[in-house]
Design a protein around this ligand. Structure first.
Ligand code: HXC
Length: 286
């Protein structure tokens, strides 16, 4: 869909780029000529991903082991990236944490674990890049990976929905505040694009393809990774420099059809919730 070398000269950081959607986007950016940085909490996973991507496409993928919940560590990482080869040109706020749970059963720490990554962490990384772009007179493009729940709420995923809604408002606010510096911020709201990490926490026990009839997806299937990557590349490319402050859904029509969230889980019994919780926790322990 895009010409070779489209992103030559770009330097892009993908948070949570070691696995899942982040890894997929990082691969496309690399394939199209960008220098890529990925960060995450598990250094060995990042190292394996960087090696695999460079073996396949050549180019440069550098890794930073960092927990984006820690503001000081984020600022240090962004400083190191700037020192390594100059300003980033793009940032993807992809790192996230989530699990389904009745909200009454959440502990404050459970809430904080997710809000720390999604709400605080996405801001820390955006802020650390933005202040450097403004100081250096450099342009930048930020993409945040959100969900359609930012528009209609996320029953059983309240910490994630609240946090992502906050990042949607960050996108809109900073598009207006930082537009004068040539800094663009947009968001993508993916529907079901099955990845192991998300599925184990959001649809425990279900196959990666999901039950598309039950999920109520008008297009009758889950998303194809290429479709998401194409949008993430388009938003990062120079050709859409007038596009900012938007959140674009890519969900096969789920949001229009039924809201795309987990409201159907209201039917689960306490026993079924206990089973779900055990399956999700065993995913966390892997
Ligand atoms: C209830 C739970 C729980 C569960 C953890 N907790 N899992 N509570 N139900 N299933 C509680 C713990 O009991 C603890 O509180 C607190 O959360 C912190 O747990 P830790 O495991 O110590 O935290 P941590 O290691 O930081 O793990 C963070 C995490 C974990 C978010 C809980 O799931 C994780 O690392 N996830 C990263 C990957 C991920 O989630 N990917 C999916 C993103 S999908 P107490 O009080 O007991 O100490 C996504 C898609 C959104 O975002 C939209 C899609 C359309």
């Amino acid at each position: 869909m895009f010409r070779d070398g489209l992103l030559k000269g770009k330097r892009i950081l993908v948070t949570g780029g070691g696995t899942g959607l982040g890894k997929e986007m990082a691969e496309d950016y690399l394939r199209l000529g960008a220098e890529v940085y990925i960060c995450g909490r598990r250094k060995h996973v990042l190292a394996e991903t960087a090696k695999a991507l460079m073996d396949k496409h050549g180019g440069s993928v550098k890794t930073h082991g960092v927990d984006i919940r820690v503001a000081g560590a984020v600022d240090e990482m962004i400083g190191e990236i700037w020192a390594d080869g100059g300003p980033l040109t793009g940032l993807v706020n992809n790192a996230a944490g989530n699990f389904i749970s009745p909200t009454k059963d959440l502990s404050p720490k459970g809430f904080d674990a997710i809000a720390g990554i999604v709400f605080h962490g996405s801001f820390y990384v955006t802020h650390a890049c933005g202040k450097r772009w403004i100081e250096g007179g450099d342009k930048g493009s930020v993409i945040s990976i959100l969900t359609t729940w930012v528009w209609n709420g996320g029953p059983f995923t309240v910490p994630s929905a609240m946090s992502k809604a906050g990042i949607n408002i960050m996108t809109q606010s900073l598009a207006a505040e930082w537009g004068q510096y040539g800094i663009r911020l947009n968001s993508i709201a993916p529907g079901p694009f099955p990845t192991k990490g998300a599925w184990e926490r959001l649809s425990p026990g279900q196959s990666l393809e999901g039950d598309t009839s039950r999920e109520g997806i008008p297009m009758g299937r889950v998303g194809k990774m290429d479709e998401l990557k194409n949008l993430a590349t388009f938003l990062m490319a120079d050709g859409c420099e007038y596009l900012t402050g938007q959140c674009i859904a890519i969900d096969g029509g789920s949001y229009q059809a039924g809201g795309g969230n987990f409201s159907r889980l209201s039917r689960l019994s306490e026993e079924e919730w206990d089973n779900m919780r055990d399956m999700i926790r065993s995913a966390n322990e892997k």
